[in-house]
Design a protein around this ligand. Structure first.
Ligand SMILES: Cc1cc2nc3c(=O)[nH]c(=O)nc-3n(C[C@H](O)[C@H](O)[C@H](O)COP(=O)(O)O)c2cc1C
Length: 316
């Protein structure tokens, strides 16, 4: 059992303490544990060149023999981290919430995952063994849930390209200064339980793994996110009354016998579930259709482009 702790908070900060507490439980169960703090690594931000996805498409269509990888691979530490991560059975991620959402350091890291999409690397044999990774996510904030509404949700959204199954999540609230969490024994206990849950998940056959956090955590019965919004038509006309902002499951809000709102999945509620490979493949179809339209209508784009390329406003 290999477990990697990933921290995006301050050295000796609250995120690091909670991840260490979870890792100690994994270690006690016999796992080999490593811990990285992203502040110690050089990580470039994704430049949006799309070279990775274009090359993946070309390899898929047989137009290109070898996947060249991320254009930034020799410029920073990302490849080293991802290569290690993709050999692990589990990751435990601790991230501070800044402005309601995960800190930019974490986002910079996670938004480089696309060039290392696990299912693609497995398909082309670059990664030999599917690690069937599971994750425990810890979002840490100085405030209560009302000031951390996108913390866990955005962290969970970053797991899809690495095919990571989130089996446990924790919101560590009211932790401001470094070490504040040491006043919160219940949070330290919860982090320990996360470590135990991670071990339980690793030791469960892949097909039988499920969510091990509190059953009533969040609104979505599938991924346990709190963010459910009123659905709009998708690119192909599919629409649900309400959708989960994280996994994309569709359903409706229904009041139960206690007058509490529940998000109840539709019969076909999983057709856009981003945790299901087939549903993600359908999204790829959407991207391909958008691209086909883009290339078909090049003359229109070029005609309109000139105006915007010529306009210059002063920078600062
Ligand atoms: C720029 C900045 C923005 C922050 N915004 C929020 C916020 O929106 N909500 C919140 O609950 N805490 C917020 N915090 C507090 C941190 O989440 C908190 O101090 C946390 O314990 C930091 O984690 P660390 O000790 O692992 O670095 C913010 C802190 C900073 C520096």
């Amino acid at each position: 059992m290999k477990v990697l702790g990933i921290v995006a908070g301050r050295h000796n900060g609250n995120s690091e303490i909670l991840v260490k507490e979870a890792l100690l439980a994994c270690q006690a169960a016999g796992a080999e544990c490593k811990l990285i703090n992203l502040f110690d690594y050089n990580i470039e931000h994704c430049i949006g060149c799309e070279c990775c996805t274009m090359a993946m498409g070309d390899v898929g269509m047989g137009k290109l023999d070898k996947y060249p990888g991320c254009v930034l691979k020799d410029k920073d530490d990302m490849e080293k981290i991802i290569k290690e991560m993709q050999t692990c059975n589990a990751i435990i991620v601790g991230v501070p919430v800044y402005d309601l959402a995960p800190s930019s350091l974490y986002l910079k890291f996670a938004q480089r995952f696309l060039a290392y999409e696990l299912s693609f690397l497995l398909e082309i044999g670059e990664v030999k063994v599917d690690p069937h990774m599971v994750a425990g996510l810890i979002a840490v904030g100085g405030s209560c849930h009302d000031w951390m509404p996108f913390g866990l949700e955005v962290m969970a959204a970053s797991m899809f390209t690495q095919s990571v199954q989130v089996v446990d999540q924790m919101l560590a609230q009211r932790n401001g200064r470094p070490g504040n969490v040491l006043l919160r024994d219940e949070q330290l206990e919860r982090a320990k339980l996360m470590g135990e849950n991670i071990i339980k998940a690793i030791q469960t056959p892949v097909e039988e793994r499920g969510y091990l956090g509190e059953a009533d955590f969040g609104m979505c019965p599938s991924c346990h996110s709190h963010l459910i919004y009123k659905g709009d038509p998708h690119w192909d006309g599919i629409q649900f009354p309400f959708e989960c902002a994280v996994c994309g499951c569709g359903g409706d809000l229904v009041k139960d016998e206690n007058g509490e709102y529940k998000f109840v999945l539709a019969e076909n509620g999983h057709i856009r579930d981003r945790n299901i490979n087939q549903a993600r493949a359908e999204h790829l179809n959407e991207i391909v259709q958008t691209k086909i339209d883009f290339f078909k209508r090049q003359h229109t784009i070029q005609d309109k482009y000139a105006k915007y390329k010529e306009i210059k406003f002063p920078a600062i």
